[in-house]
Design a protein around this ligand. Sequence first.
Ligand SMILES: C=C(O[C@@H]1C=C(C(=O)O)C=C[C@H]1O)C(=O)O
Length: 545
Amino acid sequence: MTFSLSPCSEWPRIWPTLPVQASPWTAQEGDPHRWDPVLAACQQTARARGIPQILSLSRSFSGLDPLVVLAQSLGSNSGSGLADSSYCYLAHTARYGSVRVLGLGALRRVYLLGEGRFQASRAFLQELQPHVHTEAVDWGSRASTPASGQEQERPLCFSRFSFNPERTYGPAALLVLPEWQIWQEQGPRSSVVAPVSKGSRTVARLNLEVRPESDLAVLGTRIHHFFAHMSRLSQHPLPRWELQTPLQVEVNREELLARIDRALQAIRAGSLEKVVLAEAVDLPLATPPPIPTVLAYLEQRYADCSVFAFAEGIGSREAWALDTAAGQGQPFSSPERVFLGASPERLLSVWQGQIQIDALAGSIARGETVSQDQALAQQLLQSPKDRQEHQLVVQSVGEALRQVGLKPHIPSQPRLLQLANIQHLQTLIQAEMPPDLHLFDLLARLHPTAAVGGYPKQAAVDWIEAAEPFDRSGYAAPLGWVDLQGNGEFVVAIRSALIRGDRARLYAGAGIVVDSRPEQEVAEIQLKLQSLAQALAIQSTLSVC
Ligand SMILES: C=C(O[C@@H]1C=C(C(=O)O)C=C[C@H]1O)C(=O)O
């Protein structure tokens, strides 16, 4: 994908580039007793405070790929040492600098219900923070204080929300502090099919609970096994794939057209300016898709999107309780239940006091030839209907930021964002983050933006709730990670699918404004869904187990 009218070099890179500093696995690291002093200190704190502490140890590796770690963990039951099979993955590739993060297992996990979910998420982090102790164990010797500002030194919590806090199956929010965290940062553009380039740096992190009564020898051995395992995996190649012919996705045209018509009536009657309609399609798959390979494919095909996956593992009693309460036959925590996708829309990034938000709306197909593509791009940039649809998103984000006293910088014209299958209008909105505001406070204000809800916000959300014949669940909701200081990255989880074994539910939508043409909106939704179906038809050609 290219920014034909707005080169990506103009985009600010908010993540600092790190030098490659990986060391080989040394004999000294092979000694499990080397962890005794740090474990003992942590246990002393646990005893003094009467509460388990979390020790978070990191080490850098060259050539270690997060998707290799994921593929290996999913493919083997032997000796990963993880207590549960949940995982979270978020990769930004070309557009924001390449950062790919994987969390495996759940050392702490919280499910939240209802309207107060963002505040409760903030409270969860604040409660956790004083009990997490970080140690960088790189370069053969231990550095007891992590260098500040190096993001790989930070343990992250992964989080996903439902679109609607009340009317949803499953939790309104889920936060996970993983047991394992793999952070990889690369130079600007890279192919994830090729082996990880020399310029990449990966930091593997182990989060470990140290209780007043823990057996420190057992914990020392676990640490040793983790880093030795990572060292072995850094030699593995990435999954490769073969494209299979996907099933044809069939939307319920008549129902969708009727819904668009009702939306247009509401807009003409003046109760709404914009509403985003979505469709969910259930698709049987030939085989359960190889998730790490699907993610690798999505990263390559949609290099300017954020590729994500969130899988709730087995073993959570809260999840069971929620399932039972919702009257669902299947456990919510079924290991096959994976929510994944490739979203072009970054909802919120907060890094060292800087806020970045993508306003994205207004779409047109890609052309078959260069000249046709350019003609379509011009048509989109000059389309009053798409400009209005886009402007409402910019306006709603601007209003949300001003409501909390921020002064957003908003460019006067949108740019063109060209993805492999579609092109959009896009505006990057920036602001400074005041110290008393938390990322979750902003998410509460922003979600849902007019890109996935509508305008005015509450009227659109109510209209969707009354009209949409399915639960959006995590579709079009915030998904991302946050560190204990409140820096983080969240995307809007659109163009997504919920997979359970060999069944998938695919979600996509389109914004409706007064000049929308119903047939075109249906075609746009169909195109987005078909692209997802293609990704799920991937077959692995190389096993990494
Ligand atoms: C709602 C979705 O996308 C949104 C709708 C768009 C549009 O209608 O032009 C464009 C980008 C997103 O704001 C989706 O892809 O599911």
